[in-house]
Design a protein around this ligand. Structure first.
Ligand SMILES: [Zn+2]
Ligand SMILES: [Zn+2]
Length: 157
């Protein structure tokens, strides 16, 4: 007797895939899995992580395709490219809501945050130095609770 749900692992269509569909983006199988693995909250994956997740869904996908697709999605403004200062760039599908980031220097965890007082954040004309501003991304750096606990344990030994 079969107990429980059927095995079908039909993940609900991710928000990003839906947005791309709405834009009429050509969703080949390869491009689709790249968009699919960029789903969920606080998702900030390196290109390598996108690649290994995508490979689980589509083993024949190439790293070059992953890079090309990520670059295209960033160019379209559908995926944000986040620099943490150290380590590789991260890719963030949460491009529709303005947000900033909280970064753990211990383990590299990156979370979305909305700091108070950033709504009116602006540079005066002189401080823009003739730049045309595209966006702003604030990264708060620190140690997450797990890394702090680990550091405290290490200090006790
Ligand atoms: Zn940490
Ligand atoms: Zn983010």
């Amino acid at each position: 007797m079969v107990v429980g749900r059927q095995s079908a692992r039909e993940a609900p269509i991710s928000e990003l895939v839906q947005r791309l569909r709405d834009r009429g983006w050509r969703l080949t199988a390869q491009r689709r899995v790249v968009a699919e693995v960029l789903a969920g909250e606080h998702i900030h994956l390196t290109a390598d992580a996108v690649y290994s997740r995508a490979q689980r869904l589509l083993p024949e996908i190439s790293l070059a395709t992953v890079y090309n697709t990520l670059n295209e999605l960033v160019g379209m403004g559908e995926v944000l490219e986040i620099s943490t200062g150290d380590g590789p760039k991260r890719y963030d599908p949460n491009s529709t809501a303005t947000h900033h980031h909280l970064y753990c220097v211990g383990c590299g965890e990156l979370r979305d945050v909305n700091p108070e007082g950033t709504e009116g954040l602006a540079l005066s004309v002189t401080q823009q130095h003739g730049f045309e501003l595209l966006d702003v991304d604030i990264v708060f750096r620190g140690m997450c609770p797990r890394c702090r606990a680990a550091a405290a344990r290490a200090a006790m030994i």
